[in-house]
Design a protein around this ligand. Structure first.
Ligand SMILES: [Zn+2]
Length: 425
């Protein structure tokens, strides 16, 4: 059954006709003198950073988490979100997306944030040293979403990615990357290279570009994210030159360069790299997630470190859609919900070195919260290679809170569900 099945629109219709039972209720008399700005009431709170999985209320005040408790006193909030039957978690963190709109790939971060429960996004190298300044001014500083970014080894980033941004070695700019990381240290957190042979060149040229990227990461004291495509080096060779904290994205891609050998077994070099702290990130994308590879990996006990979308203009209308859809694929693969959420919150926060600030609902941290609904039915989940699986579960964002503000979006799903059709006339 397609994702836009009729039960969704039925819910919306009911919601439109019953605005009085909106899940977000406004306590107008108390707006001026409330104890809390928002209470998210009665949801199943899953916060891996506190090993918490239980029904709780979440109270928000002045843009921060004020309390997570079994019962927060009633009637003391300007807004109450009725989250009964929903999952409440730290705002999702997408470790690989493209949010620089002055490239053919960039998407508006704020619309993705509201629609997908993603409050922190890492732009994976859409800009390089020549255009990072503009990205910062027009993108990072201009949006409400918490945006961080990697700096592409190619000085022009992905402005002309279809031409291969490092096929001409003169575009590799490790010194510019280091200077950019220094100048924008509050938002620029690491280095990116897309290591496909049609992007960085074959043989020695490919290796030279990869080594430039590694040097930029080491000399700046940051880390490197490597997009694996049809690489000029094997995955075991690549793993051997990466350090703890570096990241392989598109880790479940198909094609000739995979984390599995010709017999479908996870390479021992891949396991060894994961054990010493190399991050394996999903980066679904429109060419980088294959059901067979993901199924083989999970079956052999090899889970990704982090779940991410690689959302850009070419995949936002399928097969990726958003972060909750990507997370749903891991539920289908048999990963428990708590761990799927950990891979989408606490773990990427740690990769970013910000686990004390984001990916947590601890009191005193920024009030970034995702409220997700788990639907049951039959949902077609496609990979990037034209293969689909039918899942009985689908996660969607019901509400997103960013810095203590309820964002527009997910309205229909925030409404109270009304049994039957009584009262519709
Ligand atoms: Zn990407």
């Amino acid at each position: 059954m397609p994702l836009n099945d009729s039960s969704f629109s039925n819910v919306c219709m009911i919601a439109v006709k019953h605005s009085a039972v909106d899940r977000v209720s406004v306590n107008r008399e108390l707006v001026e003198s409330v104890t809390y700005d928002i209470i998210i009431r009665g949801g199943h709170v899953i916060d891996p950073s506190q090993s918490l999985s239980a029904v709780r209320d979440v109270a928000i005040r002045s843009g921060q988490i004020a309390a997570v408790a079994e019962q927060v006193d009633d009637g003391e909030a300007a807004h109450t979100i009725d989250a009964r039957g929903l999952y409440v978690m730290p705002g999702l963190i997408d470790l690989h997306m493209h949010g620089y709109t002055h490239s053919p790939y960039g998407l508006d971060p704020d619309s993705l944030c509201a629609a997908g429960g993603v409050t922190t996004m890492l732009d994976a190298g859409t800009a390089g040293s020549y255009n990072f300044e503009a990205f910062r001014r027009d993108g990072i500083d201009a949006c409400q979403t918490h945006m961080l970014a990697l700096v592409n080894l190619s000085c022009i980033g992905l402005i002309a990615a279809n031409l291969g941004e490092l096929l001409d070695r003169r575009y590799a700019d490790p010194e510019g990357v280091i200077a950019t990381l220094r100048r924008h240290a509050d938002v620029a957190v690491g280095v990116k290279i897309r290591a496909g042979a049609h992007i960085i060149g074959k043989g020695q040229q490919g290796w030279d570009n990869l080594r430039d990227a590694i040097r930029a990461a080491r000399d700046s004291g940051t880390w490197l994210m490597v997009h694996i495509g049809e690489c000029p080096m094997s995955i075991p060779e690549l793993c051997d030159v990466l350090a703890p904290g570096d990241c392989i994205t598109h880790c479940f891609k198909g094609g000739s360069t995979r984390v599995t050998d010709d017999d479908g077994r996870i390479f021992s070099a891949v396991r060894a790299a994961a054990e010493r702290g190399v991050v394996f990130d999903v980066g679904h994308g429109f060419g980088s997630f294959q059901w067979e590879v993901a199924e083989a990996a999970i079956e052999q006990g090899f889970e990704p470190t982090t779940i991410s979308t690689d959302l850009h203009t070419k995949n936002v209308h399928g097969p990726v859609y958003d972060m909750p859809t990507t997370m749903s694929k891991f539920l289908l693969l048999g990963v428990p919900l708590e761990r799927v959420i950990e891979m989408s919150t606490t773990r990427p926060a740690k990769v970013l070195g910000r686990e004390d600030q984001i990916g947590t609902l601890r009191a005193g941290t920024v009030a970034d919260v995702a409220v997700l609904e788990k639907h049951t039915g039959a949902f077609l989940l496609a990979d990037s290679y034209g293969q689909a699986r039918i899942s009985s579960e689908l996660l969607t964002a019901a509400a997103t809170v960013r810095r203590g503000q309820i964002l527009p979006g997910g309205g229909g799903l925030r409404m109270r569900h009304v049994a039957g059709t009584a009262g519709l006339e």
